[in-house]
Design a protein around this ligand. Sequence first.
Ligand code: RP5
Length: 158
Amino acid sequence: MTTPKIGILMGSKSDADIMGETARILEEFGVPHEMKVLSAHRTPQETSEYAQSAEGRGIQALIAGAGYAAHLAGALAAHSTLPIIGVPLEASSLKGLDSLLSTVQMPKGIPVACMGIGKAGAINAALFAVQILSRSDPALAQKLKEYREKMRQEILPG
Ligand code: RP5
């Protein structure tokens, strides 16, 4: 079995549709990954254990999607020096603004790279992770260039 390089975490099964977008992009780039539901609030012990063991298992970055008072990315960052990418999700009546502020406003010293709210953020989290991996993987860097070129061609007329 291929060792996962990226861990995708989400605070609830109800986040799976949006965080599936992250997995879809990683699959497009051929990046091995794993997906887990872990909650900073409901499974704090398991979240801590996951974060502490991830680097030793070969994981190179973690992506965390959560809604409401979204602490998952911050909780992972508290237990790991891997790059942590947070995706604020729209789950409450505040439409993701709550999750955005919870994710982006990390105090100094324990950073989380915060993406935009919802689907765009979930997609960008995957691309950001690919960009991190591509620094030491020329084939992946080439795929990123091709991905950008494809977007450019979709915009240009004719
Ligand atoms: C957050 O609360 C989860 O990340 C999810 O976005 C939200 C709602 O979770 P459920 O009540 O649907 O399990 O912790």
